[in-house]
Write a protein that binds this ligand. Structure first.
Ligand SMILES: [Ca+2]
Ligand SMILES: [Ca+2]
Ligand SMILES: [Ca+2]
Ligand SMILES: [Ca+2]
Length: 267
């Protein structure tokens, strides 16, 4: 008899439990305001996370995360938490970079990812279907990538360092537009900007190479690397951005590309 009572209580709890918060909210005279939504911007700093726009007006916020095991995940916001709603096929090596861009100029953004072992994949950002992959064996490894329009056509190109060379790849028609003669490039970061003030953009690699973005001449090879992570900002009021480089996750150095030198410690 007692066992049957315990069983009934357990069953009732199981049935009611999913509605419990609503029951509490409905009967509670005062409801605490919900805490602010968790901020995604803090995660956006990672190279393998991109925030996706909601799929529709009433749809939840989303983000995609590429992991070191070779899988892409999509998460959606459920109140205060995030829930995995989609998991990719296995991409065969660690995902090393993830972007959201319209690389094929069809007015829809693609998810672009690259793996440590030299594969590039495009997926549509709504249903996450695989749209295109580069042939296996094209590159043994890719160490850095950036998406930027560096030529006359409208779409952004894929700029990446593969097997020691900087490559510029057309994302719409998927072919190699250019590869550097230099085959000793070890960059893990790529940024773009007019870092010498001549009105044209440069491709800056964190291991010290600076190429003209349009004509692809090597403009400077710094004798020392710029940093593990690099950013551009004009901090000396000469209208030319400096390269600010971070080493070991903390130490900063500043480089003037127009003067071809690291900024001195004192004036
Ligand atoms: Ca597109
Ligand atoms: Ca272009
Ligand atoms: Ca320039
Ligand atoms: Ca400056």
């Amino acid at each position: 008899m007692k066992n049957r009572y315990v069983l009934s209580v357990c069953m009732a709890t199981l049935i009611v439990a999913p509605f419990w918060p609503h029951l509490v909210a409905a009967t509670s005279p005062t409801v605490d305001p919900l805490p602010a939504k968790p901020k995604l911007q803090t995660l956006d700093e990672f190279d393998c996370i991109v925030v996706l726009p909601p799929a529709g007006k009433q749809e939840p916020d989303r983000f995609a995360l590429g992991d070191a095991h070779g899988f892409l995940h999509v998460f959606e916001q459920r109140g205060q938490v995030w829930d995995e709603v989609w998991l990719s096929e296995y991409f065969e090596s660690g995902i090393a970079g993830l972007f959201l861009a319209d690389v094929n100029l069809d007015d829809l953004d693609e998810l672009v990812l690259y793996t440590e072992d030299g594969r590039i994949h495009f997926l549509d950002s709504a249903a996450y279907r695989l749209l295109w992959s580069n042939p296996p064996g094209d590159y043994a490894s890719i160490t850095a990538m950036a998406l930027h329009n560096v030529d006359e056509d409208e779409q952004a190109e894929l700029l990446f360092v593969a097997d020691g060379r900087l490559l510029i790849y057309d994302g719409r028609d998927q072919f190699e537009e250019w590869r550097s003669d230099q085959d000793n490039i070890t960059a893990t970061r790529i940024v773009l900007g007019d870092v010498d003030g001549d009105g044209a953009e440069e491709i800056v690699l964190n291991d010290g190479f600076v190429f003209d973005a349009l004509y692809r001449d090597l403009e400077w090879q710094s004798p020392e690397p710029f940093g593990d992570r690099i950013r551009l900002l004009d901090i000396d009021d000469d209208t030319i951005p400096e390269i600010i480089g971070e080493f070991q996750g903390r130490f900063l150095r500043v480089f003037d590309v127009d003067l071809r030198r690291m900024k001195a410690a004192r004036r």
